[in-house]
Design a protein around this ligand. Structure first.
Ligand SMILES: Cc1cc2nc3c(=O)[nH]c(=O)nc-3n(C[C@H](O)[C@H](O)[C@H](O)COP(=O)(O)O)c2cc1C
Length: 282
């Protein structure tokens, strides 16, 4: 398979050497890249291709409600990194957020493979050495958001917050995805259809990035709360009609792909009629 070939060669590939990646390879090997990227600027021709992939997405009535704020300079990156640091540290103090997290946080790869959903804790925070050997020791703490929240107030979130902020600050490129709410299609479902168009555009962007060996990661922490989105809006002087949708960090990566899990087809598919018993997820 495509990834395997690249891994075996183990070399950093130049753009022109990239083997063609078919659509299914891109879909299956796209991953959220939570580590550092290569310290290389995104080439203008690659950025053009990302933007072309984005603009050919479907949208209701072809309204194309998207706007992309491309952030290459350090000032914008620092502003977003600082906000990310503050917001991640706050998340570690928020018992509701921690409680909700617990449902989807998998402590070991075995657990992750078994449930086939959620995220692996070690992909999100660098665990201290003693804990990384046996992350299940964290289970009682994870179950008790109140205690975890107290740790957050004592500063437990500071390190992960700094690490994520550093990733944001050092990313070759950030894209702040925006929606122009003035470009509404007709109909009562307008807002819903616009959001779907935004999702399609974002996925086009992510798949095109994968084909170009550009890793991507959503960074949601600084956009979680309305008050923080307002701060981002102020930082970039956005008009009130523009809604902030998401923030994506991008940069070249050595190897495409990586581990993730998904539920099987039968876990979400109904044929002809809806029957809850069709669904076979664990
Ligand atoms: C709307 C949205 C927001 C997300 N926010 C984050 C985020 O803040 N940080 C992060 O590391 N991944 C984020 N993700 C990535 C998901 O965690 C990831 O897609 C999922 O765990 C599956 O892993 P994969 O993308 O590597 O296949 C987000 C994904 C989506 C679609």
């Amino acid at each position: 398979m495509f990834n395997q070939g690249l891994k075996e060669e183990g070399v950093r590939m130049e753009r022109r050497e990239l083997p063609d990646m078919n659509l299914f390879d891109a879909i299956i090997s796209r991953r959220s890249h939570r580590g550092q990227f290569q310290d290389t600027k995104i080439r203008p021709e690659d950025l053009d291709q990302l933007l072309d992939a984005a603009r050919w997405a479907p949208s209701p009535f072809n309204v194309q409600p998207w706007e992309l704020l491309i952030i290459r300079e350090i000032e914008g990156k620092i502003a977003l990194a600082d906000l990310t640091e503050e917001c991640v540290a706050d998340q570690f103090k928020n018992t509701k957020f921690l409680d909700d997290n617990h449902r989807w946080m998998r402590l070991t790869e075995e657990e992750w493979e078994e449930t086939r959903d959620g995220v692996l804790l070690a992909d999100h925070v660098n665990l201290p050495k003693i804990m990384s050997k046996d992350p299940t020791a964290l289970r009682p703490l994870m179950k008790n958001a109140k205690h975890l929240g107290i740790l957050g107030h004592l500063g437990a979130g500071k390190m992960p917050a700094k690490e994520i902020a550093n990733l944001v600050r050092t990313s070759p490129l950030l894209i702040l995805v925006l929606m122009d709410t003035d470009r509404r299609p007709p109909g009562e479902g307008a807002a819903r259809w616009m959001w779907i168009g935004m999702g399609a555009m974002i996925q086009n962007l992510l798949l095109a990035a994968t084909a170009l060996h550009i890793g991507t990661q959503f960074v949601s922490a600084p956009l979680e709360r309305q008050k923080d989105r307002q701060r981002v809006s102020n930082i970039f002087d956005l008009p009130a009609s523009v809604e902030i949708i998401c923030l994506i960090r991008l940069g070249y990566i050595d190897t495409v792909g990586g581990k993730s899990v998904r539920l099987g087809r039968s876990a979400f598919t109904h044929f002809e009629e809806y029957n809850p018993e069709d669904i076979t997820r664990s």
